[in-house]
Design a protein around this ligand. Sequence first.
Ligand code: ZN
Ligand code: ZN
Length: 177
Amino acid sequence: MTDRKQKGEVPVSLLLASHCASCESKKVKASCPLCEQTFCNSCLEWLSDDAFFLETSRPARLSHSHYCCDCFQSEVADAFTLYQENAAKAREAFVFFTTQKKGIPLIRKANQSIQIKDNPDRDETILRLAYQAVLQGHNAIIDCEVKSEKQRHGGWQKMKWSGTALPATVDENKMNY
Ligand SMILES: [Zn+2]
Ligand SMILES: [Zn+2]
């Protein structure tokens, strides 16, 4: 993990109490939220807030800011690798808007459309739709439509984006851009 934010500050009692359960250093930084043993900074793995950025239903065990190396390996590493693979696929997914006129080399499509609501950014809305499609085993979204809405907050306005799309699988070999 590159992002080593200083989060999960330790209560003083804990600092006084112990040494690192892994390397015996007396510079205890935090306890691991899963095994509850105390560790020094270099024996902890830190996860940034946006580590599972596109994941809407992040399970509790994946929602901590730090882990000991053992718990990270056994509980987080595989899920994080899988997330990163799926996020990469979402970034490469094919996006067809409702305005698409050319034929789409469609192999199959989902029965139900998906929806993202109240997002601050247009591109992120589309990326989140694509990520949902990837989770369903598809490589594209079709009939994609994104809309913005101005929302007033006191004296200033901000945009909110919503989108719908149908997850689909297209023939990549016929996609020549
Ligand atoms: Zn240590
Ligand atoms: Zn642990």
